[in-house]
Design a protein around this ligand. Sequence first.
Ligand code: HEM
Length: 525
Amino acid sequence: MDHSTIHDGGAGISSTVVILSWTYAQSKSVFYRRTSWWMHQSQLLSIPDGPRGFPIVGSFPFLTRFPELSLDRWARKYGPLYSINLGDQLFVIISDPGIAKDLMVSHGGVFSDRKELFMKSHTIFKGRGITPTPYNDLWKKHRRIANMWLSHEAVDSYTSILDYEATDMIRALYKDCDNGRAHINPQTYAGRCSLNNMLTITFGFRANSIRDPIVKRSLRLSREFMNLTGPVSNLVDFVPILQKIPTWTRTRGRKLHDDLVETYGGFIKEIDGRLQRGEEVDDCLAKTMLKLRDKENLDHLDMAMLASAFMIGGVETTASLMQWFSALIPAYPEIQKRAQEELDRVVGRDRLPTLEDEVNLPYCHAITKEIARCHNPFWLGTPHVASEDFVYGNKLIPKGTVIALNTWTMHHNPDRYPRPMEFDPSHYLTTPPISSSTSSRLSDPFARDHWMFGAGRRICPAILVAEREIWLAVSRMLWAFEMVQISGKPIDLSEYDGLSGRSPVPFEILLSPRFEGVGAVLGSA
Ligand code: HEM
């Protein structure tokens, strides 16, 4: 037994833990490697459960700011497959692509369930919304319906929307940048771009300006979700007594559920009304669900939560990567220069880069992959659960075990990425440009681009739309602007804003059009 004090990575918070290795699983007569964390109940209950301003609300104290660094440290010490007890919940942590494939892909029938967490599943999504739904017929039905809007064919049918929103973002930046004089915070622009994509796909309308009240409201709902659900889960998920008493966290979770139903369920009701009055309604997820309502036995809550899953899963995520891009590129002028030389050579200056250009722009493509490697918004993914006992090698993974991908360690493996701690797009120049969904199906898991979208049967169903959004935004920003840091206003590349769904803390940069013709091309695009 090894008693040690583990410091939370960089947050200055420490928790005493007891580490047990190779505990004997008596009932099953097999050994499995096990690391237990013991928290004194008094320590757990002393966590402030108050309104905004308490940064640790929403997660365990030792899993606060940088839990991925703790998991990485333990992976180095205990190997690529170890386990942790949080309260009485066993977590198995996977830090190796081969094991991830063996368990989550090859044995997807066993490792595709979800834990029904009090906050995410019961309180906010009420068991619907795909992401928190257990691996059952309801999940299959909802995922099938979501796929009608996320399949390759579906995404092809609305790629013109993604194209339009990316150009619109560049136009807005061009107008506001004052030729390199205005201090620009790219976050609102990226947020509106991602939001408009999801609003159009889900409800068939968009926000014309960042001042439209829906922008503020939707971004607030997404952020509240991220903060309430934390990097893995919420304190209230593991301390049952907190589920019974009216804590501030529980109240916030219930309010968020009501707000989601009111906002996104409200849009569905409006669309329903228009359809019933025989009005023209643009194709969108809401319309599809309303048309299938009777056949698929969908109630209002099903539809409201499915729409919420798109709005929550699809806005902060892509926006966060666009923000990291805008924060990183000014800090790496040589990377910017190389990408712009490639754009000038392949695309020229008379038109914007398109989706079709991606395959001919390996360096720009590599930038998008490297951002995902270095700034995965969810380092711990969305954990899966074992739906039955499973023996892997000589280790037992009991039914009900939560399986988490330690993507930080996988994304920083020096054998796969020779300069793991550097932002270096060359990590992706050894192979031709390849999409993440194709990459996730490669037979060699060590060749996979990254693990940002998860793995197995629950892998993000929106990879295609997310990658297209990011590509269009990133390639067009690089094409249009010289992006530079503001002297005296350094960009913080190590801190995060929010508790999960990692995005950079607010920052400002200068944007200057790269050449005279930028405005004319944007005007005619
Ligand atoms: C960069 C952008 C995105 C990232 C990093 C991301 C990441 C993830 C991850 C890690 C999962 C869990 C996978 C697993 O369990 O193994 C997931 C699931 C999911 N994502 Fe995404 N996602 C992104 C964009 C989107 C978008 C744009 C949408 C909506 C259109 C979306 C909708 C969903 C849904 C509905 C699930 C639940 C799948 C299930 O449980 O079966 N995501 N995503």
